[in-house]
Write a protein that binds this ligand. Structure first.
Ligand code: NAD
Length: 284
């Protein structure tokens, strides 16, 4: 029988721990403030932004919402980011992606002051992760490490295979697993003999962006399977990059969709915001 790795429960534990920390920080006169910028009104982005604001309210973090029109120019957005960079009352800045096509996302990300980049996307923070120094780490992979640790999954010495090499998930995931002393293989769209590699994984992280891509034929008996994907299937039901029904009976532990990795991303964003006020950096 496989264990379900319950991201809803674990993210709630983390949020409750953070709430206590924020209360203590307030007692010392420290307020935490996150600025959330959304450009345009993409419905999925609006849901994500709404959830982030809700999490801030729960934990006791002040959130400043900037809702800019779809036709906002790159310069207008850069000016706002610079203004928030200079504002001592703002600890963290988050620009909800994707941005409209007239705006260069990379330019915006690199304009956020690294010490306020609670998404962990700035080159300085990515570099810090690679060399093992202090910095913010991308929230989704950071949350996956917490899911594994808090579910009693040993990473050290294990063969960890990551499918996907995006800057937001795959690459930082690989670096974090390496930091935890895993033996890491990264697979991507040009990987040959993918299943041969994934069938060697003790821990398989799937961030491929294709619904139900991974079935039982990818999985070694008893592997731990982490599903990062979020999609709607043909019946409009949420599903992941893993075909749960087929994969789960072969896994020792697996994350569901919904209720697995998804809730962890926001919890770790909150973690990064609290760290910004505590002058800490990463979950150990
Ligand atoms: P992405 O599209 O940027 O990257 C997908 C990766 O998969 C690429 O690196 C590509 O090389 C690899 N890939 C594509 N086809 C492949 C194939 N046939 N074989 C092997 N590798 C292949 O996606 P992303 O931003 O990394 O996100 C991945 C998934 O995770 C998406 O479904 C996304 O919606 C989801 N996501 C969820 C959260 C969350 O909070 N739960 C956060 C971020 C992303």
């Amino acid at each position: 029988m496989y264990q379900i790795i319950d991201g809803k429960k674990i993210s709630q534990e983390i949020k409750d721990e953070l709430r206590e920390k924020v209360t203590a920080l307030k007692g010392q006169g420290k307020q935490i403030c996150l600025a959330v910028i959304q450009v345009g009104s993409d419905p999925a982005s609006s849901v994500y932004v709404g959830n982030k604001k809700k999490a801030c309210a729960y934990i006791g973090i002040e959130s400043l919402a900037y809702e800019l029109p779809e036709e906002t120019t790159e310069q207008e957005l850069l000016d706002l980011v610079q203004k928030l960079n200079a504002d001592d009352g703002v600890n963290g800045i988050l620009v909800q992606l994707p941005l409209p096509k007239q705006i260069n996302e990379e330019k915006v990300i690199q304009t956020i002051a690294p010490e306020k980049d609670v998404d962990g996307f700035h080159e300085k923070n990515v570099g810090a992760l690679c060399v093992g120094s202090k910095g913010y780490v991308s929230c989704t992979p950071l949350g996956i490490i917490q899911l594994l640790k808090r579910s009693g999954v040993e990473i050290a010495g294990k063969h960890c295979v990551v499918i996907g090499r995006s800057n937001i998930v795959g690459k930082p995931m690989a670096m974090l697993l390496l930091r935890e002393n895993g033996t890491v293989t990264v697979c991507h769209s040009r990987t040959q003999n993918l299943k041969e590699i994934t069938r060697q994984a003790d821990i398989l992280v799937v961030a491929v962006g294709k619904p139900k891509f991974v079935d039982d034929s990818f999985i070694k008996e008893g592997a731990v399977v982490i599903d990062v994907g979020i999609h709607r299937d043909e019946n409009n039901k949420l599903c992941g990059d893993v075909d749960f029904e087929k994969a789960a009976p072969h896994a020792s532990a697996i994350t569901p969709v919904p209720g697995g990795v998804g809730p962890m991303t926001i919890a770790m964003l909150m973690y990064n915001c609290v760290s910004s006020a505590e002058q800490e950096d990463q979950v150990q």
